[in-house]
Design a protein around this ligand. Sequence first.
Ligand SMILES: Cc1cc2nc3c(=O)[nH]c(=O)nc-3n(C[C@H](O)[C@H](O)[C@H](O)COP(=O)(O)OP(=O)(O)OC[C@H]3O[C@@H](n4cnc5c(N)ncnc54)[C@H](O)[C@@H]3O)c2cc1C
Length: 551
Amino acid sequence: MRWPTHAVTNQVPPLQDYNLFVADPALREALLRGGAAWAQDGLAQQGQELGTASCFEQGRLANRFGPELQAFDARGFRRDQIAFHPAWHALMADIARRGLHTGPWAQPRPGAHVARAAGFILQTQIEAGTMCPTTMTYGAIPALSRDPLLARDWLPTLLRADYDPSDQPFAHKRGGLIGMGMTEKQGGSDLRTNTTQAVRDGADGWRLTGHKWFFSAPQCDAHLVLAQAPLGLSCFFVPRWAPDGSKNPVLIQRLKDKLGNRSNASAEVEFQGAWGHLLGEEGRGIPTILEMGTYTRLDCVLGTTGLMRQALSQAVHHARHRQAFGAALIDQPLMRNVLADMALEVEAAIALAMRLAQAFDAQHDEAQLLLRRLLTPAGKFRICKRGAELAAEAMEVLGGNGYVEDDVQARIYREMPVNSIWEGSGNVMCLDVLRALGKNPRTTDALMAELAPAQGRNPHFDAHVRHLSTALRNPDDVQSRARALTHDLVLAVQAALLLQHAPASIAQAFCASRLGGQWGGGFGTLPQTTDFDTLLGRALQTNGLNSECGT
Ligand SMILES: Cc1cc2nc3c(=O)[nH]c(=O)nc-3n(C[C@H](O)[C@H](O)[C@H](O)COP(=O)(O)OP(=O)(O)OC[C@H]3O[C@@H](n4cnc5c(N)ncnc54)[C@H](O)[C@@H]3O)c2cc1C
């Protein structure tokens, strides 16, 4: 005889079988504004595929069963290979098929970077670790394109929508991936301290000796690596296989045991006379590799926006289903305030991220280039910081379940901080904002021109812009004020975008809370005048999925 202990009730069905693109009006609208209407059908298809239970499961598996280093074979010969769960490979194959690694370079057209940005925001919601080699490959292409040898031998394969994980000379491969190696033990921000040495080896090659303390996706077909050459720090293209057909001696010493980003392999490596090809000018390594960094920093903004979006979706879905004290959480006033405040943050993040991507489409417009130069580090700082706060709050909406492994929310929480740290951490981004402002006086003009169309629409916004304009002209203690300045700058751009393009009540809520001093800073302190229904109505439009109840 069975003695039942309890029936399972009031547990929330998983959020699945929904279309991530269709459910997201803010993203759909931003796509149209960015001139990429042509990409709607493909993104709707991607959103449908990503929303399936099997795709969510791939994301879970790739992280639960992370990469393993196979440094040696059974007989002690070096292999330097990484074994991944099949889910990783399936996700990577989909990423390449969708062109998220090199699509805008393979098929340039108006709105190409905007369309990719929307695809990136969707993809990262399912699994974020795979986006690391994806973004590094995307960022490397402009520098590789300018090198005649690499453009001839590497680009055609890199631009293919194919994923090929095999470890063999590049000439035999169907597709490829590129990584980057800058950080050494003694310093990642201050790259001038790099000690890896490069010496000439024949007419075309160099030999690198040294180490890198962080070297993500070591399975990539090549990495852009910084090393000291006679004329100074230089950038080298270091392939996994040397031109003579031998395995290049880039020895993988260890994989990092990371807080999050567990599906992705981040290695420590040593170069024992590894073959390299000089990329760009000798002695100009930092500008060469930082061009790649501009694109990967954009992707930090996009990736965090995607994670925020998914964290919000999970929270809203949970609150629609979970009952407490006799009512669905979504109907309880304090929870509505928390969810609406998160939804507002996500609206603003999507608006900024997609606007930034639009600036990457305007490769020949000076004002857009200046704006992109300024808003990339600024956006990376602000969005990535807010992402971690939002992830914690979104996890709490699920109560104890949110804190348990295997739930999407716990994984997002562990993933969030990395986008703030790598590719230049918070302070470094704010100092870079100062550099962008100082380098070209027209940068401030481009910023003010961006804000101008929204002026006169909200008194808090107008006051904020006046304050910002004064702060930008104040040279005192500027480094110490760099975070405050960057924070204010991003809020101004987000407010301007929402005032022009979002439903009026959303824009007013943003200005009243973020700019108007009627906000506690933590989520759930929106003023009572807020239009909670509109914010929650746009937060997750799943149209009856899983018998949705509530708003
Ligand atoms: C999961 C993961 C994967 C990574 N993968 C790669 C990779 O593939 N390739 C690669 O090259 N690197 C990689 N990194 C390294 C990453 O880019 C660096 O960790 C990062 O740039 C910071 O460098 P650091 O760790 O040496 O810290 P430091 O440079 O020592 O910085 C420490 C702190 O000081 C702050 N700081 C620095 N300078 C100043 C200043 N002048 N004023 C005020 N504050 C300052 C920084 O913002 C930071 O908060 C990875 C890191 C992680 C976590």
